[in-house]
Design a binder for this molecule. Structure first.
Ligand SMILES: *Cc1c(COP(=O)(O)O)cnc(C)c1O
Ligand SMILES: [Zn+2]
Length: 394
């Protein structure tokens, strides 16, 4: 059992033992939230800052593990894009997305609690991350993917790191149903999707790092897929406030693609439930999700933060993808949704003098096919290259 934690059902309020194998409420099947029972003794910014900038810098606020499975995840750069605009570049995590923050925590727990096999449904990045961390931990990994809808770099990573790959017809949501059905303690198969609250405990360090480095911004802008990350980030900030480490909270802006916007559209309409869809569609495959499992936590986070949602088209995502590229920042399309959403919200919901952090969730190399081809300059021989360059420059 994990010291200083209890698990609370966000649906019915039932309390369960803080065991890594407790993943959904045994009473009602609802999502669970790990609650830190009391502020750990001695936690302070100076204590954290004496350690390497990474997920485990904040170990007093994370589940206690004897030997973490770690590759230095977290500690990502906050890149300044403008006077009051920063971008947290999660693409530089060990497998190229923020999923590594959750994986280091959840895989460490799973291994210590006897799991031999791990599984996830994935639009790609969870699979890449899980496969890598499972290999380091000596666990066997199984990934369930929507056939033909996983970006090339992510699939390559899952193969490289030795996952068994199962493809299903249908979107991510069908793959997730399969995982929820198959996983369990009886067969020693540990699920690592974001309905697993222990994974989100790792992801909350995104909030810790932003507060640590920059203080509390007015806005955090991020893409929503299965809605785990927005829930985790909100949990991170609220914990810091409850423990007296910050004295205010940011507002959250959740961005979805027009063809896969069950939460963004519903929240904009003032509804208290998503408009689920069975045919999500967007070029931003990481957020091509029609039935986001963490929606109750996400709605709570959006409401409590007095946040907003925004819907962006695939054209707007592509344009944002390209403009970030021209600023030297290579992200995958889902991450560009943050920037596209910010551009739409700025001057309206987001005030001109407000401090904003965009979460850039994954690296450009994840999805090379999303980068348009251009005409290249073709010449043969060194002399011709030299004269072609002279023509172009002079
Ligand atoms: C997983 C992922 C998302 C969506 O995060 P959720 O927690 O599912 O909302 C967005 N962008 C990238 C690159 C991702 O890998
Ligand atoms: Zn319950």
């Amino acid at each position: 059992m994990l010291p200083n934690y209890e698990l609370k059902c966000v649906k019915c309020g039932y309390f369960m033992e803080a065991d890594p194998w407790n993943i959904l409420c045994s009473k009602c099947g609802g999502l669970l939230e790990p609650v830190i029972v009391k502020k750990p003794l001695g936690v302070s910014w100076p204590l954290f800052r004496a350690r390497k900038f990474s997920v485990w810098r904040y170990k007093e606020l994370l589940p206690k593990v004897r030997s973490p499975v770690t590759m230095g995840e977290g500690g990502t750069p906050l890149i300044r894009l403008g006077d009051d605009l920063w971008l947290k570049f999660e693409g530089v995590n060990p497998t190229g997305s923020f999923k590594d923050r959750g994986m280091t925590v959840a895989i460490s727990l799973a291994r210590e609690r006897g799991a031999k096999n791990v599984i996830c449904a994935s639009t790609g990045n969870t699979a890449a991350s899980m496969a890598a961390y499972a290999s380091r931990a000596g666990l066997r990994s199984f990934v369930v993917l929507p056939r033909g809808k996983v970006a090339r770099g992510k699939l390559a990573q899952a193969i490289l790191h030795g996952a068994v790959i199962i493809e299903v017809d249908g979107p991510f949501d069908v793959a997730l149903d399969a995982v929820m059905m198959a996983a369990g303690r009886e067969i020693g198969l540990y699920p690592l999707n974001s309905f697993n609250p222990w994974r989100l405990e790792g992801q909350k360090t995104l909030a810790y790092e932003i507060a640590d480095e920059l203080g509390v911004p007015d806005w955090i802008v991020l893409p929503i897929g299965n809605a785990g990350n927005i829930s985790a980030i909100w949990k991170g900030f609220t914990e810091l406030k409850n423990f007296g480490l910050i004295n205010r909270l940011p507002k959250l802006a959740g961005i979805q693609a027009a063809g896969a916007a069950p939460i963004a559209k519903a929240f904009k309409d003032g509804r208290d439930m998503p408009y689920f869809t069975d045919q999500p569609e967007t070029l931003a495959t990481a957020i091509r999700i029609g039935r986001p499992v963490n929606w109750p936590k996400a709605f709570k986070a959006l409401r409590e933060s007095r946040g907003v949602t925004e819907v962006v088209t695939d054209e707007e995502i592509s344009e944002a993808h390209r403009s970030l590229g021209r600023m030297g920042i290579g992200v995958e399309p889902a991450s560009a949704a943050s920037f596209a959403g910010y551009l739409k919200l700025k001057g309206a919901e987001i005030g001109d003098d407000e401090k904003v952090v965009l979460i850039a969730t994954g690296h450009a190399l994840k999805d090379p096919d999303a980068i348009p081809h251009v005409e290249t300059v073709r010449v043969s021989g060194a002399e011709e290259v030299a004269s072609a360059l002279r023509r172009m420059i002079l």
